[in-house]
Design a protein around this ligand. Structure first.
Ligand code: E4P
Length: 218
């Protein structure tokens, strides 16, 4: 399973990229607003660092506007995946951009039927939001399971399931068990995935015992 970082913070990206832990990036208008930076500047910087898909979201709501914005965003780098919302206009823009060989990430997906239509429109990625579904007492992972099962029935579907709105490491484990193609996670969740108290405790005791030997490796 590929891991994307869900952030517009380039310092965070550099840290995890240098450790070989991430395969791509997703951003959205909220993350850009939180970064306090210019969208084009951020996407350009990310594209120079990451050799993988970088999602940049359109803000127009009509398909003509989305396609025009998509063209401008895609011009930044071959790694840009234009992110469009799961509306009729979003799917039409997805269809047009995909036919031009631009990667498209269809976002704000909350059902299997929506995912089926996004695949039909030629989406490169479909982004179901698991956390926001859990927030309203609908199992986000159940939707991921449905989408993965449906897509697996049809070899002609090449749309990748990109699990978004991830809130904790268990979402990542469940997404991987279901065979999702990609999970996009905030830095906090990536750090939580890494940590285990027994690792910390074990390392402390190994280092204490090592000190008693008086040896050094270098
Ligand atoms: C990523 O593509 C999505 O925009 C993001 O995961 C949404 O996460 P949120 O529900 O925590 O805002």
């Amino acid at each position: 399973m590929k891991i994307f970082l869900d952030t517009a913070n380039t310092d965070e990206v550099r840290k995890f990229l240098d450790a070989g832990l991430i395969d791509g990036i997703t951003t959205n208008p909220t993350l850009i607003a939180n970064s306090g930076r210019n969208l084009f500047e951020v996407i350009r910087e990310l594209a120079e660092m990451v050799n993988g898909p970088i999602s940049a979201e359109v803000t127009a709501t009509d398909w003509q506007g989305m396609v025009a914005e998509g063209h401008k965003l895609a011009k930044i780098s071959k790694y840009v995946a234009v992110k469009v919302p799961l509306t009729f206009d979003g799917l039409k823009a997805c269809h047009i951009l995909s036919k031009e060989n631009t990667m498209v990430n269809v976002t704000l997906c909350f059902s299997a039927t929506q995912a089926l239509l996004a695949a039909k429109a030629g989406a490169t990625f479909i982004s179901p939001f698991v956390g926001r579904l859990d927030d309203i007492s609908i199992s986000g992972m159940k939707i991921i399971e449905e989408i993965c099962n449906i897509y697996a029935q049809y070899p002609s579907i090449h749309t990748q399931v990109l699990v978004a709105s991830v809130r904790h490491p268990l979402h990542v484990v469940e997404a991987a068990q279901l065979g999702a193609d990609v999970v996009t996670i905030p830095t906090k969740v990536l750090e939580q995935m890494l940590k285990h108290p027994l690792t910390d405790r074990g390392l402390d005791s190994f280092l204490q015992d090592w000190k008693t030997t008086g040896q050094s490796i270098l």
